[in-house]
Design a protein around this ligand. Sequence first.
Ligand code: PEP
Ligand code: MN
Length: 363
Amino acid sequence: MFVVMTVGASEAEVLGVKSQILAEGLTPFDHVGEERVVIAVVGEIGGRRPLLIERFTGLAGVERVTPISRPFKLTSREFRPEDTVIRVLDAVIGDGSLTMMAGPCSVEGRDMLFETADAVKAAGATVLRGGAFKPRTSPYAFQGLGVEGLRYLAEARERTGLPVITEVMEPSQVDIVAEYADILQIGTRNMQNYSLLREMGRVARPVMLKRGYGATVEEWLMAAEYIVSSGNPNVILCERGIRTFETYTRNTMDLAAVPLVHHLTHLPVIVDPSHATGKRWLVKPLALGGVAVGADGVMVEVHPTPDQALSDAEQQLTLDQFRDLMTDVVPIHAQVRGLRRDPVEAGAAAAGGALAADGLARH
Ligand code: PEP
Ligand code: MN
């Protein structure tokens, strides 16, 4: 439930509500909006709901208590109508600009990483990607360079100024990956690794959460809720394709998920057409499609000699193909930018309607 404070409620009143929530064994998270403070009450509420609503409604400075039917709270647009904007070095994600994350599937060595980093930076990439710890389907496949790969990524950041994103596969790797990387990636196979998600809550780095290949949108948002409720509000979602009965593509890219997730949450959404399609020649059309439906950015795999890549050889773009993608994606992004959200809804959110009961009904 959300406790909606009156316009002009004092700091002492907000504190009073928060301490009452804590006294009930629950956790308060406040959002200071333009007009008023809203406090989300999270924890096991169970059968106490009517009693708590009555209790909180009676506190000083409280306008109303809104029960919320959705299981995700802190990640919902009802709680926070404004988009979450994430800043990391010079990159800004979720502010309406186009985020382009590019780089090899795996960091295979210093030279190939630097060559790729220089080329993607020159072409307009805003974030450098590269896997150091690789989640491979086969235990006999290349598992990544580990810490050596992290060091090359940090050197590539020094060289290009681009923030780097790389995957963290288990809780024991979180500190070392956070030491070298600017954005931590949770891969599709780990979307419901709850101990890893909780660890993400305590790192001072943005986290990109890939959608589990068998996960519904709600399960994906609940995974994001784990991270945010553990203390890290800087979560980026990444649609990377889900498994369906189709076999021509590696996965099926769920384009509808992009506007849907923008509707349900305030978190930025990136599309990854490389893992979604598994085929080099399908990456560009799906990248353009993702941007056309309002994605905040694209993640693509790029390699100087994709055919010789140690992982995902079939889906990595050449440096030339990445330049070509950039040429076409930038004007498409510029065109759709003003259309990003339905104007009626955008107006309702701006008027604070997203928090009202009618805001819930709209979904
Ligand atoms: C990756 O981006 O390196 C990766 C392994 O992707 P996914 O988790 O989506 O398969
Ligand atoms: Mn890959």
